[in-house]
Design a protein around this ligand. Sequence first.
Ligand code: BG6
Ligand code: GLC
Ligand code: GLC
Length: 924
Amino acid sequence: MDSIGSLGLQQREGAPSSPQEGLPCPSNSSELVQECLQQFKVTGAQLQQIQTSLLDSMEQALKGQASPAPAVRMLPTYVGSTPHGTEQGDFVVLELGATGASLRVLWVTLTGIEGHKMEPRSQEFVIPEEVMLGPGQQLFDFAARCLSEFLDALPVGNQGLQLGFSFSFPCHQTGLDKSTLISWTKGFRCSGVEGQDVVQLLRDAIQRQGTYSIDVVAVVNDTVGTMMGCEPGVGPCEVGLVVDTGTNACYMEEARHVAVLDEDRGRVCISVEWGSFSDDGALGPVLTIFDHTLDHESLNLGAQRFEKMIGGLYLGELVRLVLAHLARCGVLFGGYLSPALLRQGGILLEHVAEMEDPSAGAARVHAILQDLGLNPRASDAEFVQQVCAAVCTRAAQLCAAALAAVLSRLQHSREQQTLQIAVATGGRVFERHPRFLSILKETVMLLAPECDVSFIPSVDGGGQGVAMVTAVAARLAAHRCLLEETLAPFRLTREQLAAVQAQMREAMAKGLQGEASSLRMLPTYVRATPDGSERGDFLALDLGGTNFRVLLVRVATGGVQITSQVYSIPECVAQGSGQQLFDHIVDCIVDFQQKQGLSGQSLPLGFTFSFPCRQLGLDQGILLNWTKGFNASDCEGQDVVCLLREAIRRRQAVELNVVAIVNDTVGTMMSCGYEDPHCEVGLIVGTGTNACYMEELRNVASVAGDSGHMCINMEWGAFGDDGSLSMLSTHFDASVDQASINPGKQRFEKMISGMYLGEIVRHTLLHLTSLGVLFRGQQTQRLQTRDIFKTKFLSEIESDSLALRQVRAILEDLGLSLTSDDALMVLEVCQAVSQRAARLCGAGVAAVVEKIRENRGLEELTVSVGVDGTLYKLHPHFSSLVAATVRELAPRCVVTFLQSEDGSGKGAALVTAVACRLAQMTCV
Ligand code: BG6
Ligand code: GLC
Ligand code: GLC
């Protein structure tokens, strides 16, 4: 006979003698037996009360409310669906904790074909008592040795193996392969394991063992293995019930009811852990003096009270306690107590099951009792049988009450009048004890009459189910690998960023010298930031960002006052003829003037024109090339101010005095410079990206003069157009570039700015879909649509306050149907893409501030950067990552980032104001 849990109960040193030893003995022997048996009777009302109280406890735990009484735990597992039957492969399964002091290793082959099963190979090992109660490392090392021994007998060679770990103790799971033991139950008490991730402990032990390359892919409770291994019948099997050494059940709950999950779709398997149920009100009346004694002498005093009335580890013990009491009173065995009757674990579940079996007959009962060292009289056998039956009947009935609570929960959560459901059963109590299931069924029918339950016995102790979960986990782990591989090129190292910074420094120097460089380093003819003495009313235009604006800027003693209006530039105008574009701009100005009562006045006008221009003076700017989706014909190579003046002329009766053309970076720097004199850098991270800064005039080859400064528009969006960034470019960048209207151009901008990040993400998602990692490998028309994934989605998706389900809602709005795993992966893609952008941008800023510091021969530079742009302002993490990168790469510069509040139109007006002031001074 097996020793099921003979070690589970332990006489604690110095413990008082068993309470029932002092029980009074009535004189009549039959009366005494009846009295004992009576204690094990549970009424229908009591069972109902247990059912109700347990249901209540389950619901509280689901809501995340702590109950004052130790309650059921309701632990979410990471199993979200019952098996499809298509899982396949070879898996090693290690079972620990379900069946007493034994550990089982199985080799399971899943064929992927429904109904086609291959018998698993398995081997059982007995865990020595000192291992069950010793240090945790010893237990896991023992498990690793058993694994090796088992595998040695198989022709596995040195192939990598995938292992599913069935670990049947209450655990907090945080992933399919992460599970922290809450507390030992059922006779195990290894030190240093509670509060630890048992998967990691097993991995470490396997590594120490060093013989096989085994990856622990999934960890599951035995109930989950039982449920998952059940062959789907009429419907899927959605409850797993185990009565082995201990007892527990799992079932598929609606995820939206599980508070800790923050998930509103689908189902998740919950391990009820009902063994710890111990509501005094409900259990109190059914607890006997024998239950108290058993608890008193157990390893986990006061814990798992419900389990101690049902689990196989305890049934033999309860019978022993009753028989010992009856013997002590002289009612049984002529008053003789054999050593087996006096020793904890002296009677096992197997003895009880066999003696209780009605077919066993008195002779068999006699034989067993004799094996236990007793010398039974004729009448003893019948009494003993009655005791076994009473203990087991109560166990089956209590188990039924608990199962009925789970069924009521299912019925309620699924809002079904009648529930048709399959329950997978597993564990030695079912296997060894035929009456247990029939009593259970009968009682469930009484307690949950509206449920139509079919019980399906598990065939291989859940090994198949563990392998199923492992197969799913292995698939997910493979997907994660592919995701990591895909995202790796986006994750730039410090060395790569430092190289970008160095290359940029080199390109800056060359550009300033007029040598071939992807950085044009365009002089802007802005020589000074405002000094505060500027006054007057100015018009400003702001073209090139998300919005086209016309502004009236009043610069007065009290500060700057702005009135503005946004006008749209339809794509057909942005990409039509130049004449059309500039006529449209003038129309908007006229409209604005009329609305502001400015018609007929010729105010000085500053023009923020956010495209690369070669300037020959403040009011001359030759458009070098369009960027950011603009492509109006006949403009490149033309002076933009002339194009504007011609349009003004065409629209007779308007007089405008165009004084300055200003890049948005310059406008932003000037606008922030009005508030902070340290502001000597302008940065834009919006539709496009670019920077400007105050350079020493002596370094600017194309402008005469050796003293003073000049603001340089770097046009850093084009950095790398000479191929110098190709090392960093992924094939997603290449696809985005190829599909743009300016292939090969603005390569730095295409890795950083808002116009492109959404597209990079979209291409990455398409690739992951083609690998089968996302969206179950289903390509959708929507995702193949260009620009469908806006950069603003990155900002929304990455917002910390958003739960994953909101991420999913955003994506579903795009017509993508996805699981939570998909949502998480999409989030990771967004993060990788935006982080690379922010870090590249930071490397650029680091190059600029270091250049200024070196220009001035300073040990340390204190400088401010004026920043604008939708991506920088709206993205939750972009700005802090830019700042962190600058700190890392330019440690000798103290850089403050100032967000521009009024856009660069204000800066353009200020440039105009400075120009007017200087012009007036020259006139004087
Ligand atoms: C604004 C400027 O403040 O920032 C625009 O006024 C500029 O001219 C813009 O182009 C950049 O941001 P976005 O996100 O609109 O391209
Ligand atoms: C104990 C464990 C539980 C397990 C059950 C059956 O109650 O805590 O996790 O499922 O025994 O083995
Ligand atoms: C593009 C333009 C540049 C502008 C930047 C930000 O890179 O070429 O001039 O500053 O976008 O808007």
